[in-house]
Design a protein around this ligand. Structure first.
Ligand SMILES: C[S@@+](CC[C@H](N)C(=O)[O-])C[C@H]1O[C@@H](n2cnc3c(N)ncnc32)[C@H](O)[C@@H]1O
Length: 256
């Protein structure tokens, strides 16, 4: 993972870009069912971790980006002491993590598994997950199901989204071009971010390019199994207990 993807301007932009996501309530529900001691892989800015801690769960977050962790800690510093006391942030690489604690629930939200194009690395990470679960502990991951017709349509096409910075009111222009390798299941992306004031003067810009992967349900089932985890439930949506089928856009796996 290139450092730029989750650092500087991009770390600051992360919560603005992801403000529309509706997954936090689902993770609160999963925490009520399987908590109370939770580990989040790739906790980032605390978008999910902080609401879980507010709801009374003890949560450890692992992340390898200093800037995402710094943003998470800045947000945590505004929380009550009781919330902060339930949070533990660890700077480690999730692909080979080692913690003293064991957990009732480990979560990998928001396409976390797409960061590891090498399936051996992903299986090694899943083995770490297995080692860190308590007996009867549960691992939950959610990933988008690749929408191949859409990916063919947008292949090499620049997509532009404009946001207003919620604090400064400046204009943020996010330009994103994905190039798909449909044989190796790789997504190469080039991303540009620019910030303009109200006279359209460029204030800041940043760019990165990176390679991620995408997975289909059968592969994730097989990799979970290869790591010694047993899938006991799966859903085609974070919000609804429906099977993974042709109309599903998400896959949520529950494994022990
Ligand atoms: C898509 S963000 C998700 C953040 C948070 N879970 C959320 O849902 O908002 C992925 C996070 O995983 C972290 N990450 C990616 N690869 C990692 C690795 N090998 N080890 C630790 N953290 C990693 C990134 O720094 C980033 O904060």
């Amino acid at each position: 993972m290139p450092q730029e993807m989750y650092s500087g301007f991009f770390a600051e932009f992360y919560d603005i870009l992801h403000a529309g996501l509706t997954d936090v309530d689902s993770y609160l529900e999963f925490a009520r069912r399987f908590g109370p001691d939770i580990l989040e892989l790739g906790c980032g800015t605390g978008r999910i971790l902080i609401p879980l801690a507010r709801a009374g769960f003890r949560i450890t977050g692992i992340d390898c980006s200093d800037h995402m962790i710094a943003r998470c800690q800045a947000k945590l510093s505004l929380e009550d002491e009781s919330v902060r006391s339930r949070v533990n942030i660890v700077r480690q690489d999730v692909t080979g993590f080692e913690l003293e604690n064991r957990f009732n629930l480990i979560i990998a939200p928001c396409n976390m598994l797409n960061h590891f194009p090498d399936h051996k690395v992903l299986i090694a990470m899943l083995r770490c997950v297995k080692r860190h679960l308590r007996p009867q502990g549960v691992f939950i991951l959610d990933n988008s199901i690749p929408d191949i017709p859409y990916m063919v349509d947008v292949n090499r096409v620049e997509r532009i989204a404009v946001f207003e910075h919620p604090l400064t009111g400046t204009k943020l222009v996010h330009r994103f071009t994905a190039t798909y390798d449909f044989v190796s299941q790789l997504e190469h992306t080039a991303v540009h971010l620019e910030e303009y004031d109200d006279t359209d003067k460029l204030l800041r810009k940043a760019a990165y390019s990176t390679t991620m992967t995408y997975h289909f349900p059968r592969e994730l089932r097989a990799m979970l199994e290869a790591a010694g985890l047993e899938v006991f439930h799966e859903q085609g949506s974070l919000h609804e207990d429906c099977p993974i089928g042709p109309g599903s856009t998400e896959m949520v796996f529950f494994a022990r």
